[in-house]
Design a binder for this molecule. Structure first.
Ligand SMILES: Nc1ncnc2c1ncn2[C@@H]1O[C@H](COP(=O)(O)OP(=O)(O)OP(=O)(O)O)[C@@H](O)[C@H]1O
Ligand SMILES: [Mg+2]
Length: 337
């Protein structure tokens, strides 16, 4: 999020993709905790879909018709964050020309999503703990508390447990938050979600850029399955958006329309890192994928160029998680998941 506070439009959001068993487990738990007012702590790497999951929980809760307010706790200086969260009274600080409700109050009968909660200062953490325990907050400059009833969902990509041992995160707040922990796995650990996600994103991108229907070539699907997606779902979404723009109305996205890193090329994240020695296995993997990319995803040609049999190549690709794409008939690629 680039803005600190976002008020998301109600529903209408595209379906949340969860084909892999790892993601299904997360969603099952989310469905079970949604109706209660339990605090949920959502963890996971950047771009895995933490906010998307928070929205999912809100939509399925009995507060679904109420507001869903989100704040990025890492995007504001401490004093501003306090005033956003808890509100302030007129004259509390320069520029406070009127009383202002905080998000805890504004999210009455709805949900408050505390994003990047690991970025809060110890001072804000004390106040958050109090708000969660007592259901009351004290606006900045006020002399009385205000009762609040917002349901709290929180997210972080930090390891709060180690922050607790380093004393940069309060233990009591940590225990309060982690009653229901939900961990969204990185995309590389749930490769079955890649193609259905890609399908959803390509449909959306084509509609948004009104470029007519387009699909992903088998070569692209193979590369998608082989790539590690360090930026997770968001990176996939951006790669597809970029590819749709670059393809300029072509009916098929080809490997050449992808960002270099997703093609396994050297200026991408597959580039050898200087002080990091690659294993032979990794060098082989990169070489195979780069060749496959260069030959437009054609496996017969790739096997020939690499001087191995097609079965050997197939076995290797299988070990990289690329077998599903292999079974696909050319031309049906983009409409399958
Ligand atoms: N399972 C999913 N199905 C459909 N779209 C998804 C899914 N997961 C994530 N997305 C989409 O991917 C993008 C990134 O998701 P989101 O913003 O929720 O990630 P995040 O974990 O909050 O990221 P960050 O840590 O950077 O804040 C969004 O556009 C979101 O709609
Ligand atoms: Mg987020």
């Amino acid at each position: 999020m680039d803005r600190a506070v976002v008020r998301l439009p109600v529903a209408g959001a595209a379906e949340l993709v969860a084909k892999s068993s790892a993601m299904r487990r997360v969603l099952d738990l989310a469905v079970r905790v949604a109706p209660s007012d339990a605090i949920v702590l959502i963890t996971g790497e950047s771009g895995t879909g933490k906010e998307r999951l928070a929205r999912f929980i809100h939509d399925r809760s009995k507060r679904g018709k109420g507001p869903f307010l989100a704040i990025n706790c890492g995007a504001l200086p401490e004093s501003l964050l306090e005033s956003e969260l808890f509100g302030h009274v007129k004259g509390a600080f320069t520029g406070a020309s009127a009383d202002q409700k905080g998000l805890f109050e504004a999210a009455t009968n709805g949900t408050l999503f505390l994003d990047e909660i690991g970025e809060t200062s110890l001072q804000v953490q004390v106040k958050l703990l109090r708000a969660l325990q007592e259901h009351s907050v004290r606006p900045v400059g006020a002399t009385k508390d205000v009762h609040v009833n917002a349901r709290i969902l929180a997210a972080t990509n930090r390891d709060l447990e180690s922050m607790v041992s380093e004393r940069s995160f309060r233990k009591d707040l940590f225990y309060r938050l982690k009653v229901v922990p939900l961990e969204v796995p990185p995309l590389r650990e749930r490769r079955e979600d890649i193609l259905p996600l890609a399908r959803q994103f390509i449909g959306r991108a084509c509609k948004e850029h009104s470029c007519g229907p387009c699909s992903l070539s088998p070569g692209v699907l193979d590369l998608f399955m082989a790539y590690d997606w360090p930026g997770n779902v968001r990176e996939l979404e951006n790669a597809i958006e970029r590819a749709v723009l670059l393809a300029e109305g072509k009916p098929k996205i080809e490997p050449g329309d992808l960002p270099p890193e997703a093609r396994g090329q050297p200026n991408g994240s597959h580039a050898p890192v200087q002080d990091h020695i690659l294993t032979l296995e990794e060098v082989e993997r990169r070489h195979i994928l780069a060749t496959l990319d260069r030959l437009g995803g054609n496996r017969t040609e790739t096997a020939k160029a690499l001087g191995v049999g097609e079965n050997t190549l197939w076995r290797k690709l299988k070990s990289y998680g690329m077998v599903k794409a292999r079974k696909r008939k050319p031309g049906t690629a983009a409409s399958e998941g």
